[in-house]
Design a protein around this ligand. Structure first.
Ligand SMILES: [Zn+2]
Ligand SMILES: [Zn+2]
Length: 344
């Protein structure tokens, strides 16, 4: 044990079985294995995808498990065979927690699609804790301009919307629609505006109009009161529509609001199926999905956020508040991301 971690145990929030509850517990502080570092956690975002661990949506999970894949902290110990990283360095860690180097995807050099990938907070313990160990493959450096609390959600919600937008093919000046102003949407609006797109934000009700405009949207459509598809058609159509919510029935109809070569980019995780009219695809419109990115892409995204003033809106909670915060997030009541500060 070194100077940064004099104690032998740490507080964590873990799940002891699939479909179980989030429980506060004490665990021995883990030591880093070969190719790993130990991180003293400064912040960890709470994300809808943590339900994969809590509910056991992923095959073969071994419980108890500590969720959390939006981790920022300080390296406090190095395992054997680690180079390029040092004790005291501030790092981030997202969903991608390491690759196997042997599967077909790895042999193509496409490591984030690794068939045997380690997933932070899913296949190995994550950041709802005072410490965690991590393979160096997933580590991300963080610019000084971002504090740990604001950097944490960028490691998942940030990189997902940033890459989703880049992969949508929308060009400068073209219309990008952000459908849903929540944990992903409030970041997507900021990225799209800073990328030079004409951003139209869509949600239900009037209360998010001011926020959407202040984040960089040039217009806000209230889906309760406006026929958003015809209004977008009248505006020339959207080159890209980012569906950043979990309400499947409102996604399919948006296909008709695209330009003939536009892309409907699904970034949320609705459980229901999408209804798509095949005729609308014949012109070259497409429906795609995207999630996460490489550690290098996350690093570039972090620098973009620092340079162009992109920040998540967060509420900070301690480890003891996690079960309550998680429930509020699942009910859609978070504004807009909960972030755990384990020192609280
Ligand atoms: Zn692999
Ligand atoms: Zn996430």
């Amino acid at each position: 044990m070194n100077m940064f971690s004099p104690k032998a145990t740490m507080r964590v929030v873990h799940v002891t079985q699939a479909g179980g509850t989030l429980e506060l517990s004490d665990r021995p502080i883990p030591g880093p294995g070969a190719g790993e570092v130990r991180i003293k956690v400064e912040a960890c975002g709470i994300c809808h995808s943590d339900s994969v661990t809590k509910e056991g949506y992923f095959p073969g999970l071994v419980y108890p498990l500590i969720p959390g894949h939006e981790v920022v902290g300080i390296i406090d110990a190095l395992g054997p065979d680690v180079s390029g990283w040092s004790v005291g360095q501030r790092v981030g860690l997202g969903w991608f927690g390491g690759h196997c180097s042997c599967c077909d995807w790895c042999r193509r050099g496409d490591f984030t699609r690794c068939s045997n990938a380690d997933i932070t907070g899913v296949t190995r313990d994550g950041g709802y804790a005072e410490f965690l160990t991590a393979s160096v493959e997933g580590l991300v450096t963080i610019p000084d301009a971002l504090n740990a609390i604001e950097a944490a959600p960028l490691l998942c919600a940030g990189i997902s919307t940033y890459n989703g937008l880049l992969r949508s093919g929308a060009g400068v000046g073209e219309i990008v629609v952000v459908q849903g102003i929540g944990g992903l949407g409030h970041l997507a609006i900021q990225f799209a505006a800073r990328f030079g797109h004409k951003v139209i934000a869509i949600d239900k009700g009037a209360e998010r109009r001011e926020l959407a405009l202040s984040l960089g949207a040039s217009a806000y459509y209230d889906a309760d009161r406006q026929d958003v598809v015809s209004e977008l058609q009248a505006a020339g159509g959207a080159k890209a529509i980012l569906a950043v919510h979990n309400h499947a029935p409102s996604i399919g109809p948006m296909l008709e609001a695209l330009t003939l070569d536009g892309t409907l980019m699904v970034l949320g995780v609705p459980e229901a199926s999408l209804e798509i009219v095949p005729r609308l695809l014949l012109s070259g419109r497409s429906v795609k999905g995207s999630s996460g990115g490489t550690s290098m892409e996350a690093e570039q995204m972090m620098c973009f956020c620092a340079d162009h003033d992109v920040r998540p809106i967060v509420e900070v909670v301690g480890l003891g508040d996690v079960p309550h915060a998680y429930e509020r997030m699942e009910r859609g009541e978070a504004r807009f991301r909960y972030v755990i500060d384990p020192s609280r």
